[in-house]
Design a protein around this ligand. Structure first.
Ligand code: HEM
Length: 401
């Protein structure tokens, strides 16, 4: 059976190319600005590729770890997630409260069902071990992120007393959901790639707790109007955990000679794009002269989404597709040298556009051309795997008929 969540992840990877091309064309003033497109651009990757991939991979990884069979497709979850996404794609650009609440609620229910499914596959005794706790914690932050995100444009932030709601939404989803799910995926992926665990059980546990508590501080910070007493310890814990994860990852990939392929570089370099805003954050907080805080806040999320989440997924999605669409036990990390150079050049140009105000528009445009090129390069591989799997499935059903 083909994994339908992965088919949707491949689909949104391709749709994301159109959104990147649109950003380039609007920055070159070749087509007019369309309200809502920045939202679509970011969320084609965060919801379209990242969340779909999580639904595809996490039950299979948790089942694999327990030595039980991969569970059958949950079509109820597939329908809820994808119906919610389509309703949001219509609701956000038109700022329709009814559609936004409906879409957000459908996705919230789908994620809740995924958490329950993972907990039941994991079994009572395994709740605290391996990758499962990363997934449950990450998905719980996603629920919080959805709650804040759904309320962003429909006025829930005031009754919930969220001081800086957009930042709280981004933090819950990036530092909470994506960080923890990526860490869990690395815990599961590395043994599949190298035959050895990513790190000792103690190190993995320490990373889990520092990341989970760090994310809490980073969500509470903007929730409590930029409260530094929760933000700073949160930031310190989260960076500590991310650096420890990165050190273990590099050590493991190097020992097994995996840096000969672009995929290992994609995984590693992607983390620089989450550490960069962290290094700049103190300069914004301390209001250091000439650091354009407002411009960084408006532009940096795009570099974070493409440079970190996108780039990580360039390596992981082809692996998942080969493993669960083609049933290839020798699946390897995806990405190539072109996608590696293009995505990182795109991220550098987005950051450069923040500081070089006179050439901001052309830099932005070239950045999106680069990001578009990287998406094409990465989506190509996933597309070929997906098409091969679909053709095989078609042939099988014709032979059976
Ligand atoms: C039901 C799910 C979600 C809803 C309803 C939602 C809603 C929103 C809204 C309304 C904005 C504000 C756009 C603006 O002010 O320009 C936003 C921004 C953002 N969201 Fe979400 N979101 C959802 C899921 C996610 C997920 C899963 C992630 C990441 C993993 C994410 C990451 C972001 C980022 C990075 C931004 C900032 C974009 C920018 O400023 O360029 N969101 N979201």
């Amino acid at each position: 059976m083909l994994n339908p969540f992965l088919l949707m992840a491949a689909f949104y990877l391709i749709v994301a190319i159109v959104a990147a091309a649109d950003a380039a064309l609007t920055s070159f003033n070749l087509i007019p600005w369309f309200v809502g497109l920045p939202w679509l651009r970011v969320h084609f990757i965060t919801l379209g590729v990242l969340t779909e991939s999580a639904f595809a991979a996490l039950p299979a990884f948790v089942a694999g770890r327990r030595g039980v069979e991969t569970p059958a497709t949950r079509w109820d979850m597939w329908l809820l997630l994808n119906a919610g996404l389509v309703v949001l794609l219509a609701g956000i650009p038109s700022i329709s409260a009814a559609l936004i609440i409906t879409g957000g609620t459908l996705i919230f229910i789908a994620v809740t069902l995924l958490i329950l499914q993972l907990r039941s596959i994991g079994g009572e005794k395994n709740q605290g071990t391996g990758s499962l706790k990363f997934y449950v914690s990450g998905l719980s932050y996603l629920l919080l992120g959805i709650l804040i995100g759904t309320g962003l444009w429909v006025g829930w932030s005031e009754p919930l007393r969220i001081g800086i709601p957009k930042e709280a939404h981004i933090h819950a989803n990036s530092w909470g959901f994506a960080s923890l799910v990526f860490a869990g995926l690395l815990v599961d992926l590395l043994p599949a790639l190298t035959g050895k665990p990513l790190a000792s059980r103690r190190t993995i546990n320490a990373i889990f707790w520092a990341m989970t508590l760090g994310a809490l501080g980073l969500v509470l910070g903007p929730w409590l109007n930029g409260n530094l007493f929760v933000t700073v310890p949160g930031l310190a814990l989260h960076i500590g955990a991310t650096v420890a994860l990165l050190v273990s990852l590099v050590r493991s990939l190097r020992t097994h000679g995996l840096f000969a392929n672009a995929g290992a570089w994609h995984l590693t370099v992607s983390y620089l794009w989450i550490l960069l805003p962290v290094l700049v954050a103190p300069l914004i907080i301390l209001k250091v002269a000439n650091i354009p805080g407002a411009d960084i806040e408006a532009t940096a999320p795009q570099a974070l989404v493409y440079g970190w989440m996108g780039q990580f997924l360039y390596a992981v999605v082809p692996f998942l597709a080969a493993r669960w669409l083609l049933r290839d036990p020798e699946a390897r990390l995806g990405g190539n040298w072109l996608s590696l150079i293009a995505v990182n050049l795109g991220g550098i140009l987005i950051w450069a556009s923040i500081f070089l105000i006179d050439v901001r528009e052309p830099l932005h445009a070239i950045a999106y051309v680069m990001l578009g090129v990287s998406l094409v390069a990465a989506a190509w591989e996933t597309g070929v795997i997906t098409l091969t799997a679909l053709r095989r499935a078609e042939q099988r059903s014709l032979q059976a008929a």
